[in-house]
Design a protein around this ligand. Structure first.
Ligand code: UD1
Ligand code: CA
Length: 450
């Protein structure tokens, strides 16, 4: 049977206490609504219709929405009212209702729901120890008879633990008919989608239920506390997937993956690391504690020591990076490179066997093979208007605390004396230095206090 999907996402999310629409709050760096759209796409529906209301434009722009219809519900008059807006687009024989704030719903449970819904109506339910706040599934001798909202429940109905997750699938023709019949005569003066259940019963339509097997998969996000819980659940899924592939996480509860991580064999990740964007890690790589890796590739046998920050970089084989290294966009290191503490590198290529071990800034540079960059070396790449390139050829030794004023080329095999400010290209294999000669003044006395 063909399927249309409706995702309810018009609400503001008052309990988030935020100007931002609730469904744009992020989980693992992705708006929560994106998860729901992706799940809908996995079902290959005829179309997916997202009902938006609060800051509709913002919601639309924040998401990748190929093949999604955006439908504006001007006033949030209830879930039943929301679905009515989608009626002109309901081209599938069945209609599945999803919620923009329920991002972890399971695809196999939805498939079961759709299958059992072929008879007319099927509801995803859950048995909740504390059902407060949810609509209750009211059963009679012949099965489900109605869903009653918490605020409309009798004391007896409040004791029911079987709750409505909100997710349901209905035969489209029947749904459209039932939607025309629901009213807002209830304690919240809202058009309840859930009222279609009693209408289905009246029409003698078979009503089925599928029970969700875990609470988190049907949980909505209504507050920052629930957002944090959902984030943990998503993180656990991601870290479990890594461990199942053989990655050693010293503590999966202290690893955050806000994108995709792809690891080779024998990768070890210490606590507190954050992965963003696309990260590709080769074999036998160790990532030290509290490192942040954003969109990078690290080749085999490299070690990233603690507290390093890598953004949009490529690290070669057998490198040692950090601790406390900052590699900025456009950095590429060849094999066996050492980058030490408090070294910042930006938009530079670093040749094999080169060492930049302490307190340096290297920007817009091409550094050759087997170069030793002494502590405190700075490439002065910016003249206040334009960035310029520094070239350091193979086998160069740069003495500590040197400034290389770009554009400048340090010739192969040359040595720069410590403390030099180099403004001109240096000849190959020679010592260049630009220091004032050291003098001592005989008989000089310290100033005295009066
Ligand atoms: C709804 C169900 C309840 C179920 C619960 C599960 C109804 C009447 N009740 O209650 O049985 O147990 O979900 O979480 O359906 N929305 C719109 N437009 C509106 C109203 C709501 O798009 O006019 C969206 C909201 O943004 C939200 C979702 O629909 O994403 C649910 O609405 P909400 O008002 O939170 O329903 P509940 O009271 O939680
Ligand atoms: Ca809700």
């Amino acid at each position: 049977m063909s399927l249309s999907v409706v995702i309810l996402a018009a609400g503001k999310g008052t309990r988030m206490f935020s100007e931002q629409p609730k469904v744009l709050h992020k989980l693992a760096d992705q708006p929560m609504l994106q998860y729901v759209i992706d799940i809908a796409n996995e079902l290959n529906p005829k179309n997916t219709n997202v009902i938006v209301g609060y800051k509709a434009k913002e919601v639309k722009h924040a998401l990748s929405h190929e093949g999604v219809n955006w439908i504006l519900q001007e006033k949030q008059l209830g879930t039943g009212d929301a679905v009515k807006y989608a009626i002109p687009n309901l081209i599938g024989q069945q209609t599945l209702i999803l919620y923009g704030d329920v991002p972890l719903v399971k695809i196999n449970e939805l498939k079961k729901l759709i299958k059992t819904g072929e008879k007319g109506l099927s509801i995803l339910t859950f048995n909740k120890i504390n059902p407060t706040g949810y609509g209750r599934i009211v059963r009679g001798l012949n099965g489900v008879e109605a869903i009653v909202e918490e605020k409309d429940c009798s004391d007896v109905q409040k004791e029911i633990n079987e709750v409505n997750t909100g997710i349901m699938v209905a035969d489209t023709k029947h749904l459209i008919n039932w939607l025309s019949l629901i009213s807002n005569i209830n304690s919240q003066k809202e058009y309840y989608l859930t009222d279609i259940v009693a209408l289905a019963k009246k029409d003698n339509i078979e009503i089925n239920t599928i029970e969700a097997d875990s609470e988190i998969t049907i949980s909505g996000v209504n507050s920052k506390i629930e957002l944090a819980k959902m984030e943990r659940a998503i993180q656990l899924k991601k870290t479990n997937a890594l461990m199942e592939q053989g990655v050693t996480l010293l503590d999966p509860n202290r690893t955050d993956i806000r994108g995709n991580v792809d690891c080779g064999k024998d990768v070890v990740i210490d606590v507190g690391c954050i992965f963003e964007g696309k990260v590709k890690i080769g074999k036998n790589v160790t990532i030290g504690a509290y490192s942040i890796l954003n969109d990078c590739e690290i080749l085999n046998d490299s070690i990233i020591k603690p507290y390093s920050h890598l953004e949009n970089v490529k690290v070669g084989k057998k490198n040692i990076i950090g601790p406390y290294a900052r590699l900025r966009p456009g950095t590429e290191t060849n094999d066996n490179v050492h980058i030490g503490n408090f070294v910042e590198i930006k938009n530079s290529k670093i040749g094999a066997d080169t060492k930049i071990n302490h307190l340096s800034y290297v920007g817009d540079s091409i550094v050759g093979k087997n170069v030793n960059v002494g502590a405190g070396t700075i490439t002065c790449n910016y003249d206040g208007v334009t960035k310029h390139q520094t070239v350091i050829e193979d086998n160069v030794f740069i003495g500590s605390n040197s400034q290389l004023v770009a554009p400048v080329t340090i010739g192969a095999g040359s040595t720069i004396g410590a403390g030099s400010t180099i403004t001109k290209n240096t000849p190959v294999n020679e010592l260049s230095l630009s220091r004032a000669k050291q003098t001592s003044i005989p008989g000089w006395e310290k100033p005295k206090k009066n």
